[in-house]
Design a protein around this ligand. Structure first.
Ligand SMILES: [Zn+2]
Length: 128
């Protein structure tokens, strides 16, 4: 039984081992972010995931992904009825429609899991 104020969660070995492996290999990185345990890592990941889902849910019907290229993402803004092109410039995302680095389009790009993966690999961080 977990101690008071905590709940336990049962995972299959496969799932546990997969996450634990990732946790083990990124331990140093995580320590810098204040994550010091495996449970902390899971919490951190879920929180990050939920924030992205919220962003996605907030904008999804209003903004659509049209095209993802190596260094740009083309979106359709259904509110402005315009095409927004978000490009990678000097290691940062830049929206050419708004002429900004932190508009809704840039936020939306970060909420796309497949794009986020690519950005992360390039070392580009969300501007929040
Ligand atoms: Zn924009």
């Amino acid at each position: 039984m977990p101690k008071s104020g905590f709940r336990s969660l049962t995972l299959s070995d496969t799932v546990y081992n997969k996450f634990f492996e990732i946790y083990s290999t990124s331990k140093d990185d995580l320590t810098l972010k204040g994550v010091n345990s495996f449970a902390g890592y899971i919490t951190y990941m879920l929180e990050e995931r939920m924030q992205k889902d919220e962003t996605f849910a907030r904008y999804a019907p209003k903004i659509e992904k049209i095209l993802v290229d190596d260094d740009r993402v083309v979106l359709k803004d259904n509110i402005k009825n315009r095409i927004a092109e978000v490009a990678i410039q000097k290691g940062e995302l830049f929206c050419q429609l708004c002429d900004e680095k932190s508009c809704v389009h840039v936020g939306f790009v970060f909420s796309l899991p497949d794009v986020y993966k690519v950005l992360n690999a390039k070392g580009i961080k969300s501007p929040r």
